[in-house]
Design a protein. Structure first.
Length: 271
């Protein structure tokens, strides 16, 4: 179940599925944009919000990981160095991010639409304006992740691929993973062309008929079905439609492309 709460005086959305002192997880609203997008007038506010987030989470600015999203199925892994170097992350020129993490270059953040980490005090923030945000948390292994699932990412199975990386890199069991599917455009407002409809239906082997009708797609339900199929059992789906509730969230469709972004934020707490 989702509810609106205040975070540093700003409205954020949290789920009762994650109520754990070891992790912070929430979805921001229009109160707290972390990406200006097409709204260049919000650039200064966005930079201030990033600092506000870091202050509230008690982490240095360099520990806020915001990758460049390109609707890909690429997953960034952040873990201790010496335990497999491929895809590991650390902010460029950062002395604040833990020295035991593998060195990062700015290229590490290019074209990444999911991030997974087991490192405390490293905050993941992905940005959205209608696409499906997914936060993952394994309370057994203490691993977190976030994924960006637009229709392209959904057809590419970005959710299940994130779960697979959690299993491969950190030995997570899908049945232990909690998934929060956050605010996104609803079936009511997400009308697509026939070719997109077919691709999305194929991504669930045409087994989730309730997600499709009259060229409208429930993108959140498609992602839920994909996660259930790969073994994730604990899934909380947010009912908010970003287009219908545009006063609360950003919507690329509703605002005709002239919009900022709300975010999915997740971090393992060190204390």
């Amino acid at each position: 179940m989702y509810k609106l709460e205040k975070f540093m005086g700003k409205r954020v959305l949290t789920s009762s599925f994650i109520d754990d002192a070891f992790v912070t997880a929430f979805f921001t609203t229009r109160d707290l944009p972390l990406k200006a997008g097409e709204r260049k007038d919000l650039a200064e506010e966005v930079e201030n919000n990033k600092k506000l987030i870091c202050e509230a989470l008690k982490i240095p600015f360099e520990n806020l990981i915001i990758p460049q999203q390109t609707h890909s199925d690429n997953v960034l892994i952040i873990k201790e160095k010496g335990k497999g170097e491929k895809g590991k992350a650390k902010m460029k020129n950062s002395s604040s991010l833990s020295s035991h993490l593998s060195p990062l270059t700015s290229h590490s953040f290019a074209s990444k639409d999911a991030v997974v980490t087991n490192q405390p005090d490293v905050a993941i923030a992905l940005n959205f304006a209608d696409c499906v945000p997914i936060i993952f948390y394994d309370p057994v292994k203490r691993v977190v992740a976030a994924a960006h699932a637009g229709w392209r990412g959904t057809t590419a199975q970005i959710g299940p691929k994130t779960v697979k990386k959690m299993a491969e890199e950190f030995s997570c069991e899908p049945k232990d993973i909690i998934a929060l599917i956050g605010p996104a455009i609803g079936k009511c407002c997400f009308e697509v062309k026939e070719d997109v409809l077919k691709k999305l239906a194929a991504s669930v082997n045409n087994q989730s008929e309730e997600a499709f009708s009259d060229n409208h797609v429930d993108l959140k339900l498609v992602n839920k079905f994909q996660l259930l199929t790969c073994g994730v059992e604990k899934i909380d789906v947010c009912e908010y439609c970003t287009s219908c509730q545009n006063e609360l969230f950003y919507s690329y469709r509703k605002e005709h492309g002239n919009t900022a972004r709300h975010s999915a934020v997740v971090m393992i707490n060190s204390k």
